[in-house]
Ligand binder design. Sequence first.
Ligand SMILES: NC(=O)c1ccc[n+]([C@@H]2O[C@H](COP(=O)([O-])OP(=O)(O)OC[C@H]3O[C@@H](n4cnc5c(N)ncnc54)[C@H](OP(=O)(O)O)[C@@H]3O)[C@@H](O)[C@H]2O)c1
Length: 288
Amino acid sequence: MSIVVTGATGALGRLVIEELLKRTAPDEIVSVARDRAKAAGLAARGIGVEIADYSRPETLQGAFASGDRVLFISGNEAGRRLTQHRAVIDAAREAGVALLAYTSVLGGPSATFSIAEEHVATEQALLASGVPYCLLRNGWYHENYTGTLAATLRTGAVVGSAGEGRVATAARRDYAEAAAVVLTGSGHENTVYELSGDTAWTMAEYAAEVSRQTGRQIPYRDLPQERYVALMVEAGVPALGAQMVADADAGIARGELAATPGELSGLLGRPTTPLAEAITEALKELPV
Ligand SMILES: NC(=O)c1ccc[n+]([C@@H]2O[C@H](COP(=O)([O-])OP(=O)(O)OC[C@H]3O[C@@H](n4cnc5c(N)ncnc54)[C@H](OP(=O)(O)O)[C@@H]3O)[C@@H](O)[C@H]2O)c1
């Protein structure tokens, strides 16, 4: 019986492992990764490593054991995820895991933008499987925005298609800590958590905070969806990814990522990380 984290070599997975190590011993943890070399650092710290690929169901046999408490981190290959996710759920069911916590999307079925589709279908597959579940319906990360601060400062504007919609972001680390709380706690079976930051902000408010912290005038430029897609493609973002990001912005404009029920801070036992703090941290990381 272990605590298992899939997607353990990704950005969220690595943070979850750090949070688990604050709460439990390394030999209680198993990381599931598709690339052994990427997982070498985890193995060196005494964490178990299982090599498995969501796209190759045979590799998932043996990734889980009876009684495991598993964090299933959603894949990042849009369009292929439902088939992949079904394979993970099947393997978890066959192994008889005690809990399968899945990183879904804030709002679940009420999120109508395209990124949400595979999450909603995965939720349905998980519920139909009979495996004890926990839906961690994660809202957007601060890092979705602060991760492009260098480009924002270079071009002198925040761009998007979110209009005056609000988005309740939290730090990726906040979501990671909440996952660790669920994995190491009790009573989370067959529950749904709507996880989001304590404060929902508009893109114009984000641009104003970037302006305040940098001492520059950085406006928010709202673009029609097609124009925003074209701009991202010009900057090197693959077309499908660009369309999905712009479509999610349309969802933000409709208010679909704005909910602030306080369930993330409730699990953490503290407020979520303020956006202003994430901007400060990201600015420190930029080359001067
Ligand atoms: N809430 C948000 O704002 C937000 C933003 C971005 C993404 N997401 C979603 O949340 C997930 C976690 O976020 P993140 O920041 O950690 O993303 P990430 O760094 O891209 O991590 C995704 C993880 O999934 C693993 N993975 C992908 N396809 C796989 C496959 N076929 N078999 C096995 N493992 C596979 C990756 O393995 P490798 O390490 O080998 O690449 C990686 O570890 C993402 O995958 C995406 O579904 C949410």
